[in-house]
Design a protein around this ligand. Sequence first.
Ligand SMILES: Cc1ncc(COP(=O)(O)O)c(C=O)c1O
Length: 452
Amino acid sequence: MTSIDRDRLAALIDRERAAYRDRFPRSRDAFAAAGQHLLGGVPMTWMRMWSGGFPLYHATASGARLTDIDGHEFIDFCLGDTGAMAGHSPAAVRAAVSRRYAELGGATTMLPTQDAAWVAAELTRRFKVAHWSFTLTATDANRWAIRLARQLTRRPKIAVFSYCYHGSVDETFIVATEEGPRKRAGNVGAPVDPRETTRVVEFNEPAALERELSHGDVAAVLMEPALTNIGIVLPEAGYLDAVRELTRRHGTLLINDETHTFSAGPGGCTAAWGLEPDMVTIGKSIAGGIPAGAYGLTAELAQRILADPAADIEDTGGVGGTLAGNALSAAAMRATLGEVLTDEAFDAMIAVATRFTAGVRSVLDRCRLPWTIAQLGARAEYRFCPEPPRTGGQSQAAADTELDEYLHLYMINRGILMTPFHNMALMCPATTDADADAHTAVFAAAADDLLG
Ligand SMILES: Cc1ncc(COP(=O)(O)O)c(C=O)c1O
């Protein structure tokens, strides 16, 4: 295996940083001017995580293409970190949104529209669980699924996997270490120590899950069927069956968070792998970029929660959101699921992702780089370790901020946008084989430059 010369890498990062500063002067100036009243100089503080010292400013976007305010065009594999998995402003969603907002009028009224019931039926067709409710974000879908699980089981805790990400859900910022569970570093203003609310285990370790569930105090396991937020960590053969068997045996509900794993197919991993969760949560992409999330539960659980005299799910019971289920989001979800992220669209997206993955793999083999790439349907991600990581902890250990910065800047300076927090690439229905090949060519050039 080829080893990385760190001095060479540092020099290349300097070169790419300088090129970035020179190439995007309008974005640089816009960022400098925005600092006065925006917290951290950006509309949302995670936008500071783009490499290069300032983010690009977005001007226009369509399908898999995005342009910045300096007039450069990018092939967008970031796709709003999955929010734009349907592609940017697909025609069907554009029409549905403008019809709802401009022609019919009324984005939010506190009244149902008929679109929501259509969407719930479609989500049931795809993800199997029978009853759905809506939120504006995947974070809220998870928060509310957790609350329902606690109410239904009368148990206080949840269980999650080390280095999971389920949005800004307090209970989930916890990692497993050799010294026991610890709050995740940097957690801002946590209401309580997450060890009070949460048990945490490594992914792909059924014995650890069994140990934690045997305490009998876990309402639900909240999981991505494959981890996608610490690189992609795929489940080993039989692991998800073991999770299901253990949760059933210990009276613990199973919540599949399909927000990112939706990339596996029209019904996410739940349908692609024949899983049987008690609840499913999803968000980000289901409304073509318009804010919307959803959580679904089985008919049996739905009946129990509706009949529970101690559960106020209508008023002040902690489940809600004035704009949740609004008419605009519902119209956008209907158009996205009905006309854009269709069963057929996934076949094409996954084929492009397979080509993307093969392209990267051919470069890794040719250059004998000790890195790996994992694919989950329409999504792929490279990681800086020779073997695919089995657990979140292993994947975290393979993080390399210098290589991340180098590759991000190299790509962005050559018209390719990757997800800023890691090296994730997502295909939308408009992404083409030529786009995947363009990435392979730039990735190959980055590898060749790195190796000298
Ligand atoms: C698996 C998963 N669930 C939930 C969320 C939260 O999504 P949002 O920030 O849109 O609420 C994310 C965000 O990255 C996610 O990856």
